[in-house]
Design a binder for this molecule. Sequence first.
Ligand code: GLY
Length: 377
Amino acid sequence: MSKKIDRREFVRVSVGAGAAAAAMASSGQAFGRAPGVRAQSVRPVVISDRSGAAFRNGGRLTCIELAFEGVTNGEDVLDAILAGINIVELDPEESGVGFGGTPNADGVVQLDSCCMHGPRKQAGGVAAIEGVRTPSLVAKAVMEHTDHHLLVGAGAQDFARNMGFTVEDDLNTPRTRERWLEWKRRLDPEHYLDPERRARHGYDVALGMLAEGLADESHFWGTVNCDAIGPNGDICGVTSTSGLSWKIPGRTGDSPILGAGLYVDGGVGACGSTGRGEANLYNLTSYLIVEKMREGMHPKDAGLAGLQRIKENTIERRLLKANGDPAFNIRFFALNARGEYAGVSMYAAGETFYGVCTENGAEEAALEPLLDGTPSD
Ligand code: GLY
């Protein structure tokens, strides 16, 4: 079990090739070309985005710490991850996930999530679900109790109610409601434009609020992703989000979509994402990164290859900076069947670290950026 580490005690580490090599050496495994063969015994590890290492919902442990505890106590890896993800979903201070997530343009919190069980080769997801604080558990219920992968909107909510989940009228907190009201107030003068201009204007208003510090980049596309490998080599992952802040009602991003917000191949590895979901969806980048790991790439190189694909396929001017690079950030968190892992981002801006929990406890590891600068310089 990891020792309890207070967030202020976290050690900032860079998990690059050196650390990965050390991890391989400690597990006595040589790096070969095809990690598609499931490891019999590996060093357990749990990774997540920043929120999985930062929020405790008033309790003792973060998402990665609780997930690591569960994984090393022999719990099913997906159940251990979900217990960690629930901490983030239920924490009202995390305004990009679950209860207290940022609402859509109508002020309604709509949540997306999916989960994937590597050994069982099963997955479930929900999109645009309202009123349930823990969409990741509804995603698991979809996986376990239906023949389907994805339920959306009112149907997903009805399913959750029928499965015994508490359905609430409103998942806003005073803070998320206040910010939504401010967004509405700023948007109002242009409110009756044609849909395309209105959507663009809403996005620009939101970016202006980001620049003024009235919202933060981590929560603009706020999402939690957590992936883990257990001591027996079982690999699972979960992603959960309230999606893009003040989105058009019904907008669903990458988080509930297999291959985008999350992908797990039990014999190869797992990858999940936070950041601009549309860029991820256009490239099914988590799937791409898992496939790159299948070919033998280290998670860091596979992640950077995924970001490079996004960069190459981003050609709309509105999404580009003056120098032609993407005008948004996006991050991927990947681990392979050897227990090697990495976090990568388009830019070292906003969130610059991700969470890792091993037998040495929880750490903040530096995200490897593909590009210099920031999304807006
Ligand atoms: N990556 C979260 C979203 O775009 O909704």
